[in-house]
Design a protein around this ligand. Structure first.
Ligand code: AMP
Length: 176
């Protein structure tokens, strides 16, 4: 099963993806985490990625394609994806046949409130706002794309972790 969780930063997509990965016993691929691991290596690529991430803009589609394709080659029994594809170019480059795409829906004000509390290194006010803007411009068009394919499910992400997870599992039951 190939599942995508899509939503703005602060929608809880990573938390939900981890829980789902555990529940379904299939691996999680999260580009944000992979990039943060690259930053931790302190290589020249790491330093470059760090600058990009901390300013709130996206890293290049080429880098994402390379990273994701390497990961996908090793996986046969499905995966949970989050953080990618993040724009239509990546949809095209990666060409993944998702069985279901879950859209974690949450108002901008809630995202800002949650992220300000989280306090991660890349969570400056400017970066938060920039990422939201890019999300609306570049990632939201994917919703229309997956909706046309008939695989999009809307999830109200303005609830507690358990409720959202339960909702996701319930919606997945129809797939199994
Ligand atoms: P995230 O943990 O998904 O919020 O990602 C953190 C940061 O990593 C983002 O703000 C981007 O700079 C970068 N990033 C993660 N995934 C992607 C992607 N698919 N394409 C481009 N940049 C990404």
């Amino acid at each position: 099963m190939q599942i995508l969780l899509i939503g703005p930063n602060g929608s809880g997509k990573t938390t939900q993806a981890k829980l789902l990965s555990n529940y379904l016993q299939i691996p999680l691929i999260e580009t944000g985490q992979i990039l943060r691991d690259i930053v931790a290596e302190d290589s020249s690529l790491g330093r470059e990625v760090k600058k990009i991430i901390n300013s709130g803009v996206l890293v290049s589609d080429e880098l994402i394609s390379k990273i994701v394709k390497e990961k996908l080659e090793k996986l046969q029994n499905g995966f949970i994806a989050t953080g990618f594809p993040r724009n239509l170019r990546q949809v095209e480059d990666l060409n993944i046949n998702f069985d279901r795409v879950f859209y974690l829906q949450i108002p901008d004000e809630k995202v800002i409130e949650r992220l300000t509390k989280r306090g991660r290194e890349d969570d400056s006010r400017e970066a938060i706002e920039k990422r939201l803007m890019i999300y609306h411009q570049q990632t939201e068009p994917l919703l229309d794309y997956y909706s046309r394919l008939g695989i999009l499910e809307n999830i109200n992400a303005d609830r507690n972790i358990e409720e959202i997870q339960e909702d996701l599992r319930l919606k997945l039951k129809w797939l199994k």
